[in-house]
Design a protein around this ligand. Structure first.
Ligand SMILES: [Cu+2]
Length: 464
């Protein structure tokens, strides 16, 4: 028996002496003991499974790397793609975080009379910027026991237990970190097959569109302002500012906080966001986002950024990439993945940020262009793809990605004819219209008509 168990038992004995509350204490403690033994056994089993997975993945990568120089008929890109495929999956996956009783939260029953208008973050007043930060901080405080209206939705099934990690105090902010982590982790598992997931395939855009709608509804509720609207990060701001490496309009100490540091020991974000007590509860470590043992729970720490520190990405995408996006008239192209889909054809592949000419492992695995460049540019937690919603900028960055999809859709709708099919998504594959991972009651196809979902953008870039 553990020390805690012994202390528990002596307290029960004392209560028996003092208050005569003897009852079935022995039976209760016995049950408790059995329970904790069971938990220990399960923990051990999960641990063994993770070790076996690690070994299996390691062997596969070694095997693929071994053959590197023998594959004379394949390009370096193809070889790296095989290395990455070897890292994906190889485990059974875990359920969660689920919808905690609010399956379609964020989707209006019918299009509202007045649409919410998402505006550029840099165009907000100081008070509005502060409100955005306050809303994210408030979301962390919506816990199961907080008594907030969103408490019931914070009662989700955390993935921490099933991956053998201690539970942290669940809250509506970290719900999104978990949803995103599990979306990566579940690639190649029986839960969902790689290439039909929320990244590296056609559902990338609909999946993140719903995530934004849902979090926007949560943020509005958390601060008691039904009009609250997510802003977007207009990447071109960073270029207009004159020093795209620092992107001063976004990384302000008084609001979303500093850009951290290229020095690992000083990369903590400083400023208002951190001062409000914003901290991370579920993070990742190690070199792969696809396996359970990368997840670390209940070791709270501040947010990290390393803006402009990665040589691969001197800055975030700009106008040239936005123009190039409009030049791709097809939503996606077979085989609908991140490796063999031609980014010169597939708008989705291009916007997500994968490039078939990349021969750098990081770029093959994470993508280095367009959307992905924003993640790598901010660095640290945003770069750790699976846990990237840990940085509130994730949502503001993805609102820009969503805005660009909306702009591309509108341009196609305006062209009419073939270009206007599926609400301006010509070439969206039949096979990826269905249920979204984590939110199976929401269909990808329901996300096509964003105006019916109750929002629009203040401006949409248009093709030249
Ligand atoms: Cu994502």
């Amino acid at each position: 028996m553990s020390n805690a168990g012994l202390i528990g038992r002596s307290l029960l004995g004392l209560a028996c002496l003092l208050f005569g509350a003897c009852g079935d204490q022995d039976a209760v403690s016995q049950k408790k003991e059995q329970g904790s033994q069971k938990i220990d056994a399960t923990k051990e089993k999960v641990g063994e499974k993770i070790d076996a997975t690690k070994e299996k993945v390691g062997e596969k990568v070694a095997e693929l790397e071994q053959g590197f120089y023998d594959w004379s008929n394949e390009t370096k890109h193809d070889v790296l793609c095989k290395v990455m495929d070897g890292m994906i999956g190889n485990h059974d996956g875990v359920p969660g975080p689920g919808t905690a009783g609010a399956a379609r939260w964020g989707i209006p029953a019918k299009p509202p009379a007045k649409a919410k208008v998402r505006r550029s973050y840099s165009s907000l007043s100081d008070a509005e910027k502060k409100k955005v930060v306050d809303a994210f901080v408030a979301l962390k405080k919506v816990t199961t026991g907080s008594g907030s209206p969103g408490s019931s939705r914070a009662n989700y099934d955390s993935i921490c237990g099933p991956v053998g990690q201690p539970q942290y105090e669940r809250n509506l902010y970290d719900y999104y970190v978990e949803a995103h982590m599990n979306a990566f982790m579940s690639m190649g598992t029986p839960v969902e097959a790689h290439h039909s997931m929320s990244h590296m395939g056609p559902q990338f855009l609909p999946w993140h569109r719903y995530l934004l709608l849902r979090v926007e509804a949560d943020l509005a509720e958390a601060i008691g302002d039904p009009e609250f609207t997510l802003p977007y990060w207009d990447w071109t701001d960073c270029h207009a500012d004159g020093d795209p490496k620092t992107c001063a309009p976004i990384f302000q100490r008084e609001f979303l906080g500093t850009g951290g540091s290229c020095n690992d020991d000083a990369r903590q974000v400083e400023g208002y966001l951190t001062d409000q007590g914003f901290q991370l509860n579920i993070t990742t470590q190690g070199n792969t986002m696809f396996v359970p043992d990368a997840i670390v729970c209940n070791q709270p720490r501040p947010l990290h950024r390393q803006v402009g520190c990665e040589d691969l990405i001197p800055t975030v995408a700009g106008q040239a990439e936005i123009d190039a996006m409009f030049a791709r008239p097809t939503y996606d192209a077979a085989p609908y993945d991140s490796c063999n889909t031609e980014e010169d054809v597939s708008f989705r592949q291009y916007l997500e940020g994968y490039d078939n000419d990349d021969t750098n492992m990081t770029c093959v695995a994470v993508g280095c262009a367009t959307h992905s460049s924003g993640h790598i540019f901010i660095g640290a937690d945003m770069y750790e793809s699976s846990g990237s919603p840990n940085d509130p900028l994730f949502f503001i960055h993805h609102a820009q990605v969503d805005r660009l999809w909306a702009a591309w859709q509108q341009a196609n709708l305006a062209k009419g004819g073939e270009a206007a099919v599926d609400h301006g998504n010509p070439g969206y594959p039949e096979t990826h219209r269905g249920s979204l991972f984590v939110w199976p009651e929401v269909l990808a196809s329901e996300m096509f008509d964003y105006q019916a979902l109750g929002y629009q953008y203040d401006t949409l870039p248009s093709p030249k």
